[in-house]
Design a protein around this ligand. Structure first.
Ligand code: HEC
Length: 269
């Protein structure tokens, strides 16, 4: 009696798992894209980081904030505009130029002598400007959906960059059995398939500063590389440290072996 109950429960559980799998079947697994920064020695592709920032700035920044980023991060060691001539990113002319291109009220506690908030050009220590002053306005402008902050998005999603890349390049016509409400778009890589972001990339929507052809795939790869860096800016330093540690351990192992030979050299078998 007891056995049959356990059996029935097991079969019910299996059946449940089966239906869950059938629902998930509609969601596509992300592409296995090759990234320059994959693997134990992989580094960020500097050109891709620069182009990726351009894509973020010209396309994504109209809806998505990157709250943890400051302009000077772009010029820091390992950043897109890192420069040997300007080890201090606050002096980096490209970073200064980017910051200066924005004029706005930067802070709630900077006032002029009349008590009005100060509007001024940006400096390298200012944060990336957010597209909306608050979450309510962000939602109101996007049909009720909140465009998430992108600083840590690669870390925050399983399959990281492969998911982001697949999402950006994966928009499709909805299949016949899927109905979309107004403002929804179909993308089989998004959980549930329906999202409030229209395909943000299409061939030729911008002109790359370095002359690379701006195909949708190229922009998706570049902006995803940029977002990976933003979420893990010290990855390269960490990998270098790992290599140093391995070299150290190797030398140490050789020394220990030689010492062992020395110590036991006079002992007869
Ligand atoms: C017109 C506004 C708009 C633009 C431009 C835009 N997005 Fe979005 N994005 C949204 C909204 C709204 C959502 C939330 C969608 C939802 O939850 O249904 C979103 C969601 C996302 C997500 C999260 C998906 C998830 O798994 O939750 C990512 C990643 C993303 N956008 C990346 C980008 C990138 C990269 C760009 C630039 C190439 C970009 N977006 C441009 C509005 C926008």
């Amino acid at each position: 009696m007891k056995m049959t109950r356990i059996f029935a429960a097991a079969i019910a559980a299996l059946g449940f798992a089966g239906t869950a799998a059938a629902f998930e079947g509609e969601q596509h697994a992300p592409h296995e894209h090759h990234w320059h920064h994959d693997g134990p020695f992989g580094t960020y592709d500097r050109q891709a980081l620069q182009r990726g920032y351009q894509v973020y700035q010209e396309v994504c920044a109209s809806c998505h904030s990157m709250d943890l980023m400051r302009f000077r991060n772009l010029g820091q060691r390992g950043g897109p505009f890192e420069s040997e001539a300007f080890p201090n990113p606050n002096d980096n002319p490209i970073v200064m130029q980017i910051a200066q291109s924005y004029t706005r009220v930067w802070s709630d506690d900077e006032f002029n002598d009349d008590g009005d908030p100060v509007e001024r050009a940006g400096v390298p220590s200012d944060p990336f400007p957010a597209p909306f002053p608050n979450d309510q306005m962000a939602r109101a402008s996007n049909g009720g959906a909140m465009p998430p902050d992108l600083t840590l998005i690669v870390k925050a999603r399983s399959h990281g960059e492969n998911y982001i890349y697949s999402l950006l390049t994966g928009y499709e016509e909805p299949p016949a059995d899927v109905t979309l409400s107004p403002g929804q778009h179909y993308n089989p890589y998004f959980p549930g398939g329906k999202l409030a972001m229209a395909a943000p990339l299409a061939d030729g929507i911008l002109e790359y500063a370095d002359g690379t052809e701006a195909t949708a795939e190229q922009m998706a790869e570049d902006v995803t590389t940029f977002l990976s860096w933003a979420g893990d800016p010290h990855m390269e330093a960490r990998k270098q440290m790992g290599v140093m540690v391995l070299i150290y351990l190797l030398i140490f192992a050789i020394l220990v072996y030689l010492a062992y030979r020395q110590v036991w050299a006079n002992v007869k078998h």
